[in-house]
Design a protein around this ligand. Structure first.
Ligand SMILES: C[S@@+](CC[C@H](N)C(=O)[O-])C[C@H]1O[C@@H](n2cnc3c(N)ncnc32)[C@H](O)[C@@H]1O
Length: 422
């Protein structure tokens, strides 16, 4: 019979080596000691998918600690500072099969790479006596580090998935930690456990939930990954001003987090059939700005997506092999839409836009602003969230970029909602 992975002589040296790597990283020394004290392998299921396969094709490789051939690789992956591990695919599938098997799907449960966890905790900076809300508890390792640092009675963790929460609770209990662990949609926070000094979110969203801001005391901090409709994801550290406003800079860290369940704004090809009609009559013009984000323009597009945080995007390719496509943009808040027809080799593209918000004008305005600033990297920006809007600002100059109606130039209104899925 295979000895239990908990008794494997390889585990302790691997944990010590992970702690050593973290101790040498920026601000890592405090968390290196926590990593020594909280054995990570207790939180990771013996069968887990490694995300370092070809995850662009949604393909993941099974690591199996119960198979003698897979044990060493499993231990190495669990203690690698920059490997995230997938614990669930497609909302239900647990890792199964033989060591090395490949699986496809969309990750819905994962263990964040410990290097990223330590960096986030370093920036969040929990101190004695603080209360913390952790949204997206997952396997529980980050929650375990918080319990070790603050004491479990100061920690409230929320996880939407019952199965993941149950396993996480078992691991925490095994180490003697009994935080409040609630199974619910973390978008609503957990008011009964507040007010919090800190909120840590380890699943991404387009804007922070009002509940997180409301449940944090003034001066408290919220660290969260913010994703766009397209490809970007940055980590923002916000300070809460007065219960409904929060503001702060992006960290010089990037991490890819799965989106909070049921909070995605989607635009499908079917939705676009409902858009693009003549009512309300679209405004037409031409643009020289490509609707296709390029690697070198991703930060500009990220700023667009943060400002237009209720906007969804879909690209419809022409089926004539010409390489032409139409990029659709639709805002679920105001019902406004825009389409840009892209032709390969062309220098200008046809734009049609309709609704209370001229979406393409807003998009171009933000992209041009970013160009004028000299294309700064995303961590030179900050974000402010109010009950009505969120807007970005460039920290070195203090310049802000808001939607034109918030800046008082136009009034959104009307009812032409395309009924996007939210
Ligand atoms: C990247 S994992 C968290 C990893 C974890 N921080 C760790 O210690 O490794 C994200 C988790 O967020 C959870 N999640 C997704 N949507 C959620 C929601 N709406 N409310 C609460 N949890 C959610 C997922 O089920 C998943 O377990």
């Amino acid at each position: 019979m295979t000895p239990d992975v908990f008794d494997d002589p390889g585990v302790c040296p691997a944990r010590e080596s992970l702690a050593g790597r973290l101790a040498r990283s920026d601000g890592g020394s405090r968390w290196a000691q926590a990593v020594r004290d909280v054995p990570r392998h207790v939180f990771i299921p013996p069968k887990v998918w490694s995300a370092d396969g070809d995850d662009r094709r949604g393909e993941f490789r099974l690591l199996d600690a119960t198979d003698p051939a897979g044990r060493a690789e499993w231990i190495a992956a669990v203690h690698s500072s920059d490997t995230s591990l997938v614990t669930q695919l497609d909302g239900a599938r647990r890792p199964a099969g033989r060591h090395g098997d490949l699986a496809r799907g969309t990750p819905t449960g994962s263990a964040t790479a410990p290097g990223l966890v330590a960096a986030m905790l370093h920036h969040l900076d929990p101190r004695d006596g603080m209360r913390v809300l952790h949204v997206g508890c997952g396997p529980g390792y980050t929650t375990g580090l918080l319990c070790r640092e603050l004491g479990a009675d100061q920690v409230v963790a929320v996880e939407v998935d019952e199965d993941l929460a149950r396993r996480s609770r078992q691991s925490l209990t095994r180490l003697g930690h009994h935080p409040t662990l609630v199974v619910r949609d973390g978008w609503h926070g957990h008011r009964q456990g507040g007010p919090y000094d800190l909120v840590l979110v380890t699943a991404s969203c387009r804007r922070p939930a009002r509940a997180w801001i409301a449940q944090t005391r003034p001066g408290g901090r919220i660290l969260l990954p913010l994703h766009g409709a397209l490809v970007n994801s940055g980590l923002a550290l916000l300070e809460v001003a007065d219960g409904d406003t929060a503001s702060g800079r992006f960290l010089p860290l990037r991490g890819s987090f799965m989106p909070l369940r049921d909070r995605r704004i989607r635009l499908t090809a079917t939705d676009t059939h409902r858009l693009g009609g003549d009512r309300p009559r679209p405004v037409r013009r031409r643009t020289t700005t490509s609707p296709l984000p390029m690697p070198e323009t991703l930060t500009g597009w990220y700023l667009v997506e943060l400002t237009l945080h209720t906007m969804a995007t879909v690209v419809a390719e022409a089926d004539d092999g010409s390489g032409a496509f139409t990029a659709w943009f639709a805002d679920s808040d105001t019902g406004s839409w825009a389409r840009v027809d892209h032709m390969p080799g062309a220098s200008t593209y046809a734009v049609a836009q309709s609704g209370p918000l001229l979406l393409w004008d807003e998009i171009e305005e933000i992209l041009h602003w970013w160009e004028r600033l000299g294309r700064p990297p995303w961590h030179l920006f900050g974000i402010t969230v109010t009950p009505d809007a969120q807007y970005v600002w460039h920290a070195p100059t203090g310049e802000t970029r808001q939607l034109s109606y918030l800046a008082g130039q136009a009034t959104p209104g009307g009812d032409c909602s395309p009924g996007l899925k939210t």
